[in-house]
Design a protein around this ligand. Structure first.
Ligand code: SF4
Length: 328
């Protein structure tokens, strides 16, 4: 069954940092921190409206949840207690910074029934973290991840592709280190340069040497394929479509269907593996639910092969795992 979130955005509040890419007000699309009563109302409405909720989590996103004042954090967690459990939502998901995790914090989260914790790792290379003023190191990510796993929480890591001063090798290293940590889930966020951020200044001054869009789609699709191959679910690839982002973005790698572009590329590479110099007609089988991903956005894969004089037909087979291709 498909996983879903009731997303509650907690803005910048409590975060002592100003990372190069962050304007939380833009990302979360709201400036006001919700009260416990407002959160209760959101959950009550969502519970009444949703048909199946057993695979849905209440998710506090947008800021550094464990860095907000403890009394406010507990107010928010208390507010959702009546909506968790049998016949209600499955659990609580939070996102925070790697250096805002301690045993004391995890004890509180456990007590309130938090199930999943996501850490904004962003990069696992210290010079990139430093250049983007993250205020934590790769070692903090290792430490926090170990602690979270030792408490039995589901662990999620977030990775950004294309940060200031990051090279293709740095992106590869980040991917490999994340695989080494073995989180349950990963979110891949290609960088989007927003107004009123340090990245925005670098971008406008011309000091930000950026990858091309194609390079970032390439890197994101190989990261996606590698994570999935290693049993790590990629629950997001690309920033969610939002009028705030579209309005406030100066540059970077935003596309409303970014994930589909990456998945199309994974299928293209996997089909290319079977193409030889003589055969011009191929039938490929993919998972029945993934036919459109294999065909590519606006039939891009069919056309890509067609331009080389190759005809491909894609058929569905429920037994084939996601992203795998079989030649028929
Ligand atoms: S830690 Fe998170 S909330 Fe704080 S500035 Fe960085 S990205 Fe924004």
């Amino acid at each position: 069954m498909k996983h879903a979130n009731i997303s509650i955005f907690i803005p910048h509040i409590g975060c002592p940092h100003k990372c190069s890419f962050c304007d939380q007000r833009t990302i979360s699309g709201t400036q006001k921190a919700p009260t416990g009563a407002e959160v209760r109302e959101i959950c009550s409405k969502a519970l009444a409206e949703s048909k199946s909720h057993e695979n849905t989590e209440i998710a506090f996103f947008g800021g550094s949840f464990t860095a907000i004042p403890k009394s406010y954090m507990c107010e928010l967690l208390s507010a959702v207690q009546d909506f968790i459990g049998d016949g209600k939502f499955k659990g609580i998901r939070i996102s925070t910074r790697p250096d805002c995790i301690t045993s004391g914090i995890l004890d509180i989260l456990k007590e309130y029934g938090v199930t999943s914790i996501e850490l904004g790792a962003q990069s696992m290379v210290n010079h990139v973290l430093e250049a983007n003023e993250r205020g934590h190191t790769a070692e903090d990510v290792y430490k926090a991840s170990d602690l979270i796993k030792s408490y039995g929480f589901e662990l999620g890591l977030q990775m950004m592709i294309g940060l200031y001063e990051s090279t293709a090798d740095d992106e590869l290293e980040t991917m490999e280190r994340i695989i080494e940590i073995r989180p349950d889930t990963v979110r891949i966020y290609p960088v989007v340069v927003l107004k009123n951020t340090k990245l925005g200044e670098f971008y406008q001054s011309g000091s930000y040497r950026m990858f091309t869009f194609e390079q970032v789609v390439n890197m994101s699709s190989s990261a996606m394929a590698e994570f999935e191959r290693n049993g790590i679910r990629v629950i997001k690839c690309g920033l969610h479509a939002s009028e705030f982002v579209e309005k406030d973005m100066l540059g970077g790698f935003y596309h409303p269907a970014f994930r589909e572009l990456c998945e199309g590329l994974i299928y293209r590479y996997n089909m290319e593996y079977y193409i030889n110099e003589t055969d011009r007609n191929y039938i490929f089988a993919v998972n029945s639910l993934c036919i459109s991903k294999a065909v590519g956005q606006k039939k891009s894969n069919i056309e890509y092969f067609s331009r080389q004089g190759i005809d491909i037909k894609i058929i569905g087979d429920g037994n084939i795992p996601k992203y795998h291709v079989e030649l028929r």
